[in-house]
Structures are given as structure tokens and as C-alpha cells.
Design a protein around this ligand. Structure first.
Ligand code: SAM
Length: 329
């Protein structure tokens, strides 16, 4: 088994986009009330006194949209400054990134993943549920700013949805040829919009690789922080292509992560809702961090069993009680 040392932290469940596959417009979403969000102080206490002592050293900030979290730059600074922090990264939609990229880098963020599901502004706006001024250019500016500032690796996440953006896979893959950008294709999961999933289904990474291979050829490659992605490269390209195949493959035996939601629930497995611990309520009830460490240690010991044996428990109905934006995608 892999050592579980990677924590994905949702800073906020709210998002400024309404991606069709994640939190579609009109879907009832119960946002976490402000008083139920972990405060900065609670989050930092949990990281320093619970997660780091049990072996977590790598952290990713996500959401919702992490750049909507008030004082996010200060939080990044604080997490980056723990001596045990070996890696700190963020997943963002990039919309607010351009003016913040330099400050985030300066306080210690070094890696960033930006979601970019389409190169066509109209399709992009349709996917993100935008009916006003196009948001594509702001996201593109955010990507360029992150590249200039020096985030490395800079990854672009693409969720491939049949008959929505699958015809753009080659164009998106081509972004890696001239720039050191790392495009990651993610199989669409039945979390967030069961109806869209039911109507369209998902496309396997293998099928995507076949079309890319037919166009340019494909060789195996590597990139830092690739986690569950299978990494390839177009021959002589500067960047790489990653494939995250959680629908077509089981990579539980490579799983090295847990997720902490913005309201303090620790979740041992993305695709399984059992085993979660409500750390915020415990902390506010005065339970010591020593006791919480023990609870997390026990959960770490149970994780292989949760990953493997109940892997499909949450997917049988296709319905999860929380979307990716609520879990911390
Ligand atoms: N707002 C940020 C963003 O857009 O990247 C961070 C949060 S978002 C929930 C994190 C990642 O989850 C994104 O790359 C998004 O595409 C992915 N995601 C959300 N719902 C998904 C689904 N049903 N299937 C596959 N990926 C999904």
C-alpha cells in the first residue's frame, strides 16, 4: 500500500462557476453556513496538530473555488511555512487567478492545476453555466499569468463529456507541444449531475489515448505530483498528457490521499461515503487534538478496506450526498 500523506483541503464549497457536470445551475445546493466553515485558525490547528503528526506532508487547496476564500494568500503562506510541508498546490478554475498569481507564488504556492474544459469560448461558457459576459478570456489570462510567474508543473484539467467537448481533445492535447503545460483528461464521474451522466456517459482514457496516438504517437512519461494519473507525452512535446481513469480503472492500490471538506469532514475515499469523521464538531466540542490524531490514525489503518471492499457502495445508485464542490474535488 502507498503511504497516505496527501490531503486535499476544500477551502470553501462555493464557486463562481456552475459547471454542468459539477454544480449545475438550478440544482439545489445546500451551501455550508459561514459559521460551519472551518476558520483559518481551526484549519491550521488541524494541519499542524493532527495531520502533520500522523504523516501528511503534501497539501492541495481546492473547493468550491479556493480563490473565493477570504485571506487565501495568508492561508497559503501559513501552510507553506510549516517545516513539514513538502508540497503545496491548488486546483482552481483560474477566473480570479491573473491578479493573484504572483502573490500566491511569493508566499509559497508552487504548483497549480487550472480547469479548462474547452478552447472555444462559447462551449466553455456553456459548460460553466455562464449566461453573461464570457469568462473564457479571464481564465486564459489566469493560465498565462501562472505560466509567466513560474508555477511548475502547471496542469490544465479537462473533464471530457461526450458530445460536449470530446471533439476538442486533440486541440487540448496540442497545447502541450510548444509549452510546458501538462494537460490532464479526467473521466466524467457520476457525482454532481446524475442526469447529464446518465444521458451522456463517459469516455474512457484508453479511447482518448487511441485518437491522440493516431495523430502524433504517444510515449510514456512522468511529471511531478501525478498521483493517480497515467502520464504520456506526444513525442518531442514540452509538456505531458495525464489520464485520470477512475471510471475505467481501479487505482485504489495507488491511493495516497484523503479529503477534508470546508466544514471539517475528513473523507477517506472519494467514491465511498463511509468512514468520514467530523473533525470540526469534535474540535469545537473541546476534544483534544491528541484524541483527534488517534481517530485519524485509526481511519488511516481502515482506509485500504474502505477503498477496496466498499468501492462501489456510493456509486450503485449514481447518487452521492455531496458533489465534488462540496467534498473538495
Ligand atoms: N473550482 C476549482 C476548479 O474548477 O478546478 C476546484 C474545485 S473542482 C470541484 C475540482 C476538479 O473536480 C475540477 O477539475 C473539476 O473538473 C472536477 N470535477 C468536478 N465534478 C466532476 C465530475 N462529476 N467528474 C469528473 N471531474 C469532476
Amino acid at each position: 500500500m502507498n503511504q497516505v500523506d496527501y490531503l486535499r483541503i476544500s477551502l470553501i464549497d462555493r464557486c463562481n462557476f456552475r459547471c454542468q457536470y459539477c454544480m449545475p445551475e438550478g440544482a439545489e445546493l445546500d451551501y455550508i453556513l459561514k459559521q460551519n466553515l472551518l476558520t483559518d485558525e481551526e484549519l491550521l490547528t488541524l494541519i499542524e496538530e493532527v495531520f502533520i503528526p500522523v504523516g501528511f506532508t503534501r497539501f492541495r487547496l481546492t473547493g468550491g473555488e479556493p480563490l473565493l476564500r477570504p485571506r487565501v494568500v495568508e492561508l497559503v503562506r501559513a501552510i507553506a511555512s510549516f517545516p513539514q510541508t513538502q508540497d503545496l498546490s491548488m486546483t482552481t478554475n483560474g477566473f480570479l487567478l491573473a491578479p493573484m498569481a504572483q502573490s500566491l507564488y511569493d508566499v509559497g504556492l508552487r504548483r497549480i492545476n487550472i480547469s479548462l474544459d474547452s478552447l472555444d469560448p462559447d462551449i466553455f461558457d456553456q459548460i460553466i453555466g455562464n449566461r453573461g459576459r464570457s469568462h473564457w478570456q479571464d481564465v486564459w489570462n489566469g493560465i498565462q499569468a501562472a505560466y509567466r510567474v513560474g508555477f511548475d508543473p502547471l496542469k490544465l484539467n479537462v473533464v471530457v463529456i461526450p458530445n460536449v467537448n470530446d471533439h476538442e481533445v486533440l486541440d487540448l492535447a496540442a497545447l502541450t507541444i510548444d509549452k510546458q503545460w501538462h494537460v490532464r483528461f479526467i473521466e466524467f464521474m457520476p457525482i454532481g449531475n446524475a442526469q447529464l451522466f446518465g444521458d451522456r456517459g463517459w469516455i474512457s482514457s484508453q479511447e482518448l489515448r487511441q485518437s491522440i496516438r493516431a495523430r502524433w504517437g504517444l510515449t510514456e512519461s512522468k511529471v511531478r505530483g501525478s498521483g493517480p494519473a497515467d502520464v504520456f507525452q506526444i513525442p518531442r512535446a514540452k509538456g505531458t498528457l495525464g489520464f485520470i481513469s477512475q471510471m475505467s480503472e481501479c487505482f485504489c492500490d495507488r491511493c495516497n490521499r484523503m479529503r477534508l471538506s470546508a466544514d471539517g469532514w475528513l473523507r477517506p475515499c472519494l467514491l465511498n461515503e463511509t468512514g468520514q469523521i467530523d473533525l470540526k464538531t469534535a474540535l469545537r466540542a473541546g476534544i483534544s487534538t491528541a484524541e483527534l490524531r488517534e481517530q485519524v490514525r485509526e481511519l488511516l489503518a481502515l482506509k485500504p478496506e474502505i477503498n477496496f471492499k466498499q468501492r462501489f457502495a456510493g456509486t450503485r445508485t449514481g447518487a452521492y450526498t455531496r458533489t465534488m464542490s462540496q467534498i473538495g474535488g
